[in-house]
Every structure is written in C-alpha cells, then in structure tokens.
Design a protein around this ligand. Structure first.
Ligand code: SAM
Length: 270
C-alpha cells in the first residue's frame, strides 16, 4: 500500500478529532454516569434494591451487554419480533430511530439491501405512506420468503453487487433524494464492496445506514459469532476513513444506546 501523503494524514487526523468530539458529546448527553451505576448496583443487591418487586428485580438485574446479547442471540425471542405480522430482524430501538430519520428527511427513495421476510420493508413503506412521500426498492438474492405487499414497495432479485442490479437502481434514482439501508451480507469485504457501490447513490442530507455492526463489539471468546456476521463495523471504519469529507457518523442516532448499528448511521454532508 502506498504511503499516505501529509495531506491525507492531516485529513484523517482532523476526521478522527471530529469523531472524538462527537463521541464525547454523545456520552455527555445519553450515557449514564457509570460510577453512579456501579454504586447503585451494589446497593441494589445488598442493601437497598432499586426495584422492590422480586420478579422484575431478577429480570432487570442483568447487565446491558447481557440484555443486548440475549435480544439478538436468543433465537426464539429474536425470531418472534414482527411488524404487522411479518418477521423483522431489527432492534425496535433502531426502528424508532428510522422513523425519526425518515420524518426529518423525507427521502423520495429508500434502497434496502437485504429484504428477508420483508418486515423491515413493509415498516419503511408504511412510514413513507404516513409521511406522504417516497418508495422502497428492496433487493435480495431471492424473495421466496418475502411477505410484504404495499404499493410503495418494489423488489429486485439478485446480488446487490451485480452489474444488472446496479443498472436497474441507476435507472430509478434520477432526480430523487435517496437513502440506503445495508442489511445484506455482513462480512467485512461484502460491506466494503456494497458501501462503495451504493454510497454514491445517497443524496446530500440523507443517510446511509449500515446494520449489524453490533457483532463486531462482542468478545468472540464469550459468545459464538459466525465469521460472516463479523465485519460491518470494521468496514464502516475503513469506509469513513476514505470518505470523511462526504459522510459523518451521526452518533446522535445512537441515543438509545441499544443500537445494533454502532457507527451505522452515516449522514451524507457533501
Ligand atoms: C439480515 S437479513 C435482512 C433482514 C431484513 N432487512 C429485516 O430487517 O427484517 C439479510 C438478507 O440479505 C440477503 N443478502 C445477503 N447477501 C446479499 C447480496 N449480496 N445481495 C442482496 N441480498 C443479500 C440475504 O438473502 C438475507 O435475506
């Protein structure tokens, strides 16, 4: 790999500094004081429980990482989450954030990579219906299990990186404000490939949302993670390093802290 020029290094340093400032701001606004939490944790157990009800005391006594891991790894639970009866593979906290983003930005078109059953596709389409603007194009390798039906939904079957798929997308985006949601193949190489193909479609002010970086946060010695699940977060970091003048990581969108998309809300600024 060629050595970076002083200009590139300076640009990366500036971008890293801006990221730190944003992270600190996020922590001031949305993260509780951990030392206070630890104090209350001890009191919780030994002297003065915060929750007096025995049943809920036990349930709420799990740590936040345990809770999040259970949310995604307890298949019975995760698979039970539906939107209008169709399975949706997202955190409900993120779905709320999607709603805020869509209402604020009112995109003409959302390109969704990875439809699966279509719960997320229908969710997006129904939000757009309420907003009164926009359509969803949802791409998947196959739509055998796809159950969503809505006049704002169009599907494309195929690998999102195939030229024929990209060609179809290009023919549909002219003069539209476009947002992209990546929830396809989560391996690092595929995410990088897809981001480089689809980021140019995102219009200024809209979002490129990259799902499931959460798997990169967990310790593989503690929890079993399939190799192809790890990657989105690494891919985002690499992508941002090369596109910091175009995209910012919008940490404000992680305000619930229970996101599955760490660094996953990328706003196009240029
Ligand atoms: C995590 S699921 C999508 C979940 C869905 N968005 C939801 O929230 O309910 C991932 C989907 O991406 C699809 N997929 C994987 N690689 C793909 C690719 N290269 N192009 C298009 N779709 C792909 C898979 O077939 C699978 O249905």
């Amino acid at each position: 790999m060629p050595n970076k020029t002083p200009k590139q290094l300076a640009r990366e340093a500036r971008a890293a500094h801006k990221e730190n400032v944003r992270t600190e701001r996020h922590e001031r606004k949305f993260v509780c004081d951990e030392s206070a939490q630890n104090r209350s944790w001890r009191e919780f157990f030994f002297r003065n429980p915060l929750v007096l009800n025995k049943e809920y005391n036990k349930r709420w006594n799990q740590s936040l990482p345990q809770y999040i891991w259970n949310y995604f790894h307890n298949k019975t639970f995760f698979k039970s989450i539906t939107w209008m009866g169709i399975p949706v593979r997202k955190s409900i906290f993120d779905l709320w954030v999607y709603q805020e983003i869509l209402f604020e930005n009112k995109p003409d078109l959302i390109i969704e990579i990875g439809s699966l059953y279509g719960g997320s596709t229908l969710y997006l389409a129904q939000l757009l219906e309420m907003i009164g603007n926009g359509n969803v194009i949802s791409i998947d390798l196959n739509h055998e299990n796809f159950q969503a039906q809505h006049h704002r939904i169009e599907t494309i079957e195929g690998d999102c990186s195939e030229e024929s798929v990209i060609k179809q997308i290009k023919s549909k985006i002219q003069n539209k404000t476009v947002m992209v949601v990546h929830d396809g193949d989560h391996s690092e190489e595929s995410v990088i490939r897809d981001l480089s193909l689809y980021a140019p479609f995102v219009t200024k002010g809209q979002y490129l949302i990259v799902e499931d970086g959460i798997y990169d946060l967990f310790n593989p010695k503690k929890v079993s993670i399939k190799p192809n699940q790890r990657g989105p977060l690494k891919a985002i970091r690499k992508f941002i390093a090369g596109h910091s003048n175009e995209f910012i990581v919008d940490k404000e969108r992680e305000k619930f802290n229970l996101t599955t998309n760490p660094w996953g809300y990328l706003r196009k600024v240029k």
